[in-house]
Write a protein that binds this ligand. Sequence first.
Ligand code: AVI
Length: 329
Amino acid sequence: MTVIPITLAPGKRRAAIENFYQDVVRGLTAPQKYLDSKYFYDAKGDALFQEIMQCHEYYLTGCEMEILSSQAAAIAAELCSSGEAFDIIELGAGDATKSIHLLKYLAEKGVDYTYYPIDISKNVISLLEKTLPANVPGLKLHGLNGEYFDMLKRVGNLSTRKKVLLFMGANIGNFNVAAARSFCRELRSMLSPGDRLLTGFDLKKHPQMILSAYNDGAGITRAFNFNLLERINRELDADFDISRFDHFPTYDPGTGACKSYLVSLANQKVRIGDDVVITFAEHETIYMEISQKYSLPEIAQLAATSGFEPVTYFFDSKRWFTDCLWECY
Ligand code: AVI
């Protein structure tokens, strides 16, 4: 993710704040209080996430970067193996620092493709349109700003070639397994036999290593979680006192669910705007995020139950992470 200034038009900004407010109130009045992790990413959250990716405990980014930078040729060979022309669509392209390795390799080999980065941020798309062609000579790029599925529909009208979808960064882990399946099925419904999907999965490994990745010693992940309470204070006129909450990540090695909670350290009330007061009991939790970890059989099962067939797994040298290429059947 990249640091993006918020430049929404006033009407859109009002609607975004209203949605944020509704989602926060819905989550904090549920029996198990929760907040939607998509709201982590305001400008400060983006900056903290950049810092998380530099933490030595947060191994995911380095592993996937190693895969893309050292195996671009193997990935490209697999993509070109059918001999059919394809275009590349990246969901949540961000600054494309990983996919650029594949884009560059294909361009250098003279493969004719168009790159369609999709991102919810207009600023991300403008930045990619400005910077990427300079770094990947000859690149044909058509940026799309909006929700994944709306923009995928639009690509359907623009491209007649086979599609290669990139969904990297272990973002699939931020869905629980059932939601990941629904997401993959919806993707599948928009693709055709022979289209492909390259997805980044964080793999099950020593539980302590996973837990440490979400509880770094410098406290960046903690600050990342607290930032959502601060964002609610800033944008929704709330009065969370973050010193009265604690950050509590958990990992269940059986299910592979790594979940982050904030724990209320006291009986307390928090006001949101003029109309809402949320009551917290001491030790009550807010469920903040899931980062689901997978085994290879679980990945294969996810593929099979959503209409894909695994073609190849690309691993980093430690086999902590995989970018998995699936094909639609
Ligand atoms: C964006 N996503 C894949 C990250 C993850 O690992 O679940 C978000 C994150 N949350 C805490 N640290 C990183």
